[in-house]
Design a protein around this ligand. Structure first.
Ligand code: ADP
Ligand code: MG
Ligand code: ZN
Length: 487
């Protein structure tokens, strides 16, 4: 712990996955698969004489987020022009919200149950995305498909105090946005992007230090690395008695350093003024009530309910509720087999199925194992119809090929061997075929019994009930031992 404490405020931009863009009827398309400039029109390419129209669904999405963050929603908010020139911004200004944002003064709780933290939300507002520049050797191309896609900006107060805390905050916010189904949250496609403001101050001080702002961070890893680097850099300056200069920085991922882009721009540089082509946005109180009532159960509430109702550890509840699809999957599985212990299903889901899906590169929503099939498999294991290791092999197969566990067990004769009269001959055979190992055991090398156990399991094709094998094997070995002592 150094003498300085980091202070971070995060600006998060989320692309809303509405059908159409923020101010025109163009489709919101996947920029990685749609052909360049295939979803553009006069409005989103900034032709003179065109007029914007507010996307009602985008407003609804923004309100969902604002209400989930417990913000105060402005009855009247105003769109404004933020003027600057850049080739990806064909109008020469971005329509955003400035003085009167849609919502303000909220809060986000985040982190594990045992160390729950919170950060205040300063504002939530709507704006439009820019186009995309693609740079080649000696030329640049512009794709305006993204131009005008609805963007939600969520700005925190400077309430975050460490890099892990920033990570927990950003993770919780992304999870919340996905629960609310307003964004794909797909970081690889740039659906969520960050700007991080960071300053240092002497520990114990209550005033804020001079901050820098790191722009265009489009991965968690990049953001966290950039912050670590910037905290280190500012710490070096302050320790040497220097002063941090307020400025805007970029993050050079390849070199792992922040680079100065420009002196800090001031609001007046953008010449904000109310967008003359749009009326003020007025939200009826009834609309707020309607949306509030339609909010789904949010991650923290679900987490608490899972831990309580299903007897899960805090950790398991956290893992299962981080993603809404995973939570839904788990609940369907539990409902499909009410007699099975939910914690067992949780283990098979997070321990085994997650690993298999990861290897296959498949999302839980697209898994070939539906919730009821996983539950059925866990039930077969819990009732002793198959043993644990057969269960694992079966699940690996189901993840690849699909199929019902009960049917596969029946067709392939995978049922667990519990019948003593079937297992006894296998034990006899293994002892007869391995006289040297048996001798070693009788001479006192008792660990050999583990090896013999493995041989019996193998002889049973992995299907025998392990405790029964164990029991029959030790009974036979003890009998041999007693015989030997008599002699
Ligand atoms: P701007 O609009 O110029 O980007 P704001 O004052 O609206 O600046 O703040 C943007 C972000 O910077 C917010 O998330 C806020 O919490 C954060 N912030 C403001 N001052 C500081 C500071 N001294 N240290 C760290 N973060 C700060
Ligand atoms: Mg900013
Ligand atoms: Zn358009």
């Amino acid at each position: 712990m150094t003498e300085f404490e980091p202070v971070v405020g995060l600006e998060v931009h989320a692309e809303l996955h509405t059908q159409s863009k923020m101010f025109c009827g163009c489709a919101v398309v996947d920029s990685t698969s749609a052909g360049p400039n295939s979803a553009v029109c006069e409005v989103c390419t900034g032709m003179p004489g065109t007029l914007p129209v507010i996307n009602q669904r985008a407003v609804e999405f923004a309100l969902r987020v604002a209400l989930a963050l417990e913000c105060h929603v402005a009855v009247t908010s105003v769109f404004a022009r933020k003027n600057y020139f850049y080739p990806d911004l064909p109008k020469g200004y971005q329509i955003s919200q400035y003085e009167l944002p849609l919502a303000s003064d909220g809060v986000l709780e985040f982190g594990p149950e045992a160390e729950l933290r919170s950060a205040r939300i300063r504002r939530v507002h709507l704006e439009e995305d820019t186009g995309k520049l693609i740079h080649g050797p000696g030329y640049s191309l512009i794709d305006y498909n993204r131009s005008g896609v609805p963007l939600l900006e969520i700005v925190s107060e400077p309430d975050l105090r460490s890099v892990p805390e920033v990570k927990a905050y950003a993770t919780a916010l992304r999870s919340l946005l996905r629960y609310l189904d307003v964004t794909s949250g797909d970081m690889e496609k740039g659906a969520i992007r960050f700007e991080a403001n960071v300053s240092l101050r002497r520990r114990g001080s209550s005033t804020l230090g001079v901050r820098t702002e790191i722009k265009n961070l489009n991965s968690f890893r990049g953001m966290l690395r950039a912050l670590e680097h910037e905290i280190e850099r500012q710490g070096g300056i302050l320790s040497a008695g220097g002063k941090v200069v307020q400025e805007t920085l970029g993050w050079d991922e390849a070199r792992g350093v922040t680079v100065s882009q420009r002196g800090k721009e001031e609001a007046h540089d953008y010449r904000y003024f109310p967008e003359p082509d749009l009326p003020p946005l007025v939200i009826a109180p009834a609309e707020i009530d309607r949306i509030r009532a339609s909010l789904p159960e949010l991650p923290l509430a679900k987490r608490a309910r899972f831990a309580h109702d299903f007897g899960l550890t805090a950790y398991a509840a956290e893992v299962l509720t981080a993603d809404r699809h995973v939570a839904d999957y788990f609940e369907s599985a539990v409902a499909a087999e009410p007699d099975v212990t939910p914690a067992r299903i949780a283990n098979w889901l997070t321990g085994d199925l997650f690993g298999l899906l990861n290897e296959l590169g498949v999302d839980i929503a697209a898994a070939r194992v539906p919730p009821a099939s996983l539950a059925e498999l866990v039930a077969l294991v819990e009732r002793g119809e198959i043993n644990q290791s057969t269960g694992k092999i079966l699940l690996a197969e189901m993840a690849q090929e699909g199929g019902s566990p009960r049917a596969i067990v029946r067709d392939r004769g995978l049922s667990q061997l519990t019948d003593q009269t079937a297992i006894e001959p296998l034990v006899e055979r293994v002892l007869r075929d391995n006289p040297e190992q048996v001798d070693l055991y009788l001479q006192g090398k008792t660990t050999v019994s583990q090896w013999l156990f493995g041989q019996v399991m193998k002889a049973a094709g992995g299907k025998a009930h392990p405790p029964t094998v164990q029991q029959l094997l030790s009974a036979r070995l003890q009998a041999l031992e007693a015989e030997r002592q008599k002699r």
